[in-house]
Design a protein around this ligand. Sequence first.
Ligand code: SF4
Length: 250
Amino acid sequence: MTTNKTGKQNWGMVVDVDKCTGCQACVLACQSENNVPINTQERFERGRAISWIRVERYWEGNYPDVKARFIPIMCQHCENAPCEPVCPVYATYHNSEGLNVQVYNRCVGTRYCANGCPFTVRFFNYWEPVWPESFRNHLNPDVTVRSRGIMEKCSFCVQRIRRGVRTAKKENRDLIDGEIQTACSQACPTSALVFGDLNDNNSAVSKMKHDERTYKLLPHLNLDQNVVYLAKVDPEKKIESHSVESGSHD
Ligand code: SF4
């Protein structure tokens, strides 16, 4: 399966909620890949969370028939992103590859974008990041270390995308589906996260996107996200009704 090397990709992700076990390997992989600062409990309790992907846990049913459910949430890379028009300095914009881009050295820290995002996936650097001495050589040299006053969020590991595209061009070949992985999709032990090119009809994400379990978060907002979810399968109900009711099948 190949995609066009002329740069016409539309990157997207499919999250199969039925496969997610809530292990949080994706969260750790993202943190180490993208030099996400280490938080403290005290800051977290003051509402200053910082994590590009989170796994939300919720409970379904009544005791004793209670089931733990997990849903990974990251930037949804919306085509109609509410964070973009509110930025006064164009630090966030949508590019031609389906990515919602954050330009760190343009950001002046108004945080309008964080207020505009209904998924709460944008994070503000309230403090200068500090890593233990033993971690210093573990920082990813391909990713900027953001300083205080900067807004940040999931980039779909754009550094990996750029490296993959450069390698394919250098070898004068098309990109191979699955060749470019985000840190979270690579780390997920159950393959609940699948990343790829939505413009390639033969890619895994394109095929999964048309599964009958497909839905998008908050579809009534018409944000046209590039992240789609596959609903949890309940053996008794076949597909969980809450997911399908909130879903769109485009
Ligand atoms: S790594 Fe995979 S299974 Fe684990 S929490 Fe993340 S999405 Fe779920």
